[in-house]
Each structure stands twice: as C-alpha cells, then as structure tokens.
Design a protein around this ligand. Structure first.
Ligand code: BV8
Ligand code: ZN
Length: 244
C-alpha cells in the first residue's frame, strides 16, 4: 500500500505527533464500532441510550450487562497492526495517543495513552462515592441483565468507568489533549466519525494553531472537510505503511 507522498513527508518530518483515535481504530481487531455495536442481546436498545446516566438510572442491570459484554469482547481480541504501528512510531518521534475508545488495545500494543477522553471499560467506580472498584470477570456468555456489584466502601452501585453522553469529560485528560494538540506538528485522526463533542472539536483546535490535520479512514466523516489531507484507507492497512 503506497502512502500519499504529502502525508508521508508530514509524518516523517513530524517530531510531536498527536493521534486522535476512535472506534474505527479497533474495528480490525474485531470490536464493533460504536454505531454498529448493537449486535446480540441489545439490538432493541440504542447505544446512545445505554451510554447515558438516564439509561443507567432507568435500568442499571441492562447497562451493566452491556458493558460487561463489551469487557468480555475486548478481552477476547488483540491489538491490530495499526495499534502496533503507532506503538513503533513512538521510538522515532513523540507520539501522543488521545483516544475516544474505552478499550485497552493501544496499551496492549505497547503505547502510552496520553488521554482516554471517554474513560475506560477497565476502571469501574462507585456511582455514589466514586471509589475505584474491582472489575468483576464478565459472565462466560452474554446475559441481558446483570446486577451491578456493590461498592466495598459505601455499598453503592458500581458503574462503568466511562463518560456517558451528557456527562462532562474528566478534566485532566481533556486538558492534556488540548495541550498536546496545540503544541503538535501533526494531528493524525484515525477511525472516528467526528460526531461526538468536545473530542470532535480537536481537529479545528489543531488547525487554529496551524497544525496540519491528516485523516485516515475508509469513508468521509464530519472531520474530513477540516483535514489538510485525507487518506481513504483503514487503520490496520494505512498505519503500518505510514510508520514502516
Ligand atoms: C459533554 C464512552 C458537556 C461510553 C462515549 C445534548 C445534551 C447533552 C449533551 C449533548 C447534547 N447535544 C450534544 C451534546 C454533546 C454530546 C455529543 O457530542 N453528542 C453527539 C451524539 C451529538 N457530548 C457529550 O455529551 C460529552 N459531554 O458534552 O459534556 C455537556 C454536558 C451536559 C450537557 C451538554 C454538554 C460526552 C460524550 C462522551 C460519550 N461517550 N463513549 C461508551 O463507549 O459506552 S462516545 C462514543 O461514541 C465513543 O467513545 C466515541 O467517542 C463515539 C463514537 O464515535 P467514533 O469513535 O467516531 O465511532 P463511530 O462508530 O461513530 O465511527 C467510526 C469511524 O471509524 C467511522 O468514521 C468509520 O468510517 C471509521 N472506520 C470504520 N472502520 C475503520 C474505520 N477507520 C479506520 N479503520 C477502520 N478499519
Ligand atoms: Zn461507594
């Protein structure tokens, strides 16, 4: 797969790279992207309903079962060649991974993740006292309802450690993301439809600081028009070619 020359030149010259990743980054590992995550037991639910405080308050057992299904799924898959390419790149330049993904595939490929903007499947916490909680092993088979565990400190319900729609992003990751984007010499955007804010505002922030934006993904997105260059390929095909 040959890399478009302007993109290759930008990547080779870059010393401080920020990579903004979304669900498409994990698609070739076998993790459904967010919008088509409605396979299996939850097809009648809308992910953007389950991933909300309202969904949790209305039906914590369904929401907790859905997240435990996703934990089991991520544990069964491996980082793909795109994750490994980004980890390799960090040996040649400063590479800051800013991800919207709640999986741990970047880390398992060897990357240090600068910011998990939307939290992590692997960091559950008490919905009441916010204490970090143990992540119980998910059931061997997906189930439609699963009572959330009780907090060891206060007995409250343990919730997934993710940021739901309508919730504020954690301050430290968001601050880290905006700092590294403003100071980057390249923002690479991989595998995101650019629909969810404030994460989707990072390419505009980059352009506002004169930072070139390169989008890698198989189809047009809300970000494509803001990109300096677009490469219609996938994470696991494009990134290994770019970072060879
Ligand atoms: C906030 C964790 C301030 C959970 C996620 C009304 C009321 C309240 C809020 C809002 C509102 N209107 C707008 C908002 C703001 C809202 C928002 O943006 N909504 C959208 C839907 C319009 N944002 C928020 O609520 C955020 N907080 O704004 O706080 C506030 C507070 C109160 C009131 C107002 C404002 C919090 C958002 C965080 C939500 N949590 N995840 C979980 O995972 O369960 S978001 C979740 O969806 C993901 O984390 C990800 O960010 C997003 C999915 O997007 P993508 O990653 O882009 O995935 P998608 O499937 O969409 O696209 C995949 C792409 O990959 C595609 O382009 C595809 O072509 C490409 N692709 C496919 N295969 C490949 C590939 N690319 C490369 N290689 C491949 N092989
Ligand atoms: Zn508690």
């Amino acid at each position: 797969m040959s890399v478009p020359s302007e993109i290759l030149d930008l990547a080779r010259a870059a010393r401080r790279v920020v990579v903004l990743t979304g669900a498409g980054m994990s698609a070739e590992s076998g993790v459904p992207t967010f919008r088509d995550a409605q396979t299996g037991l939850w097809s009648e639910f809308d992910a953007t309903y389950l991933a909300t405080p309202e969904g949790w308050h209305a039906d914590p057992a369904t929401v907790w079962a859905w997240y435990q299904w996703r934990v089991a799924l991520v544990r069964q898959v491996e980082p793909n060649a795109g994750h490994h390419a980004l980890a390799r790149w960090a040996h040649a330049a400063e590479v800051h991974i800013v991800t919207q993904n709640v999986d741990d595939l970047h880390e398992r490929a060897g990357s240090v993740v600068r910011a998990h903007l939307h939290g992590s499947l692997f960091a559950p916490r008490c919905a009441d006292c916010e204490s970090a909680a143990e992540l119980p092993d998910p059931p061997a088979e997906p189930v439609a309802q699963l009572t959330p565990p009780a907090c060891a400190h206060c007995g409250g319900a343990v919730r997934p450690g993710v940021v739901w729609f309508g919730e504020l992003l954690p301050r430290a990751p968001w601050q880290a993301a905006t700092d590294v984007v403003a100071d980057a010499d390249l923002l690479l955007v991989v595998g995101t439809s650019g629909v969810v804010y404030p994460a989707a505002g990072l390419p505009a922030l980059a352009r506002g600081h004169g930072v070139p934006v390169v989008e890698i993904g198989p189809e047009p997105t809300e970000i494509s028009d803001q990109a300096s260059h677009v490469w219609r390929t996938t994470a696991a095909i494009g990134l290994p070619a770019l970072v060879a």
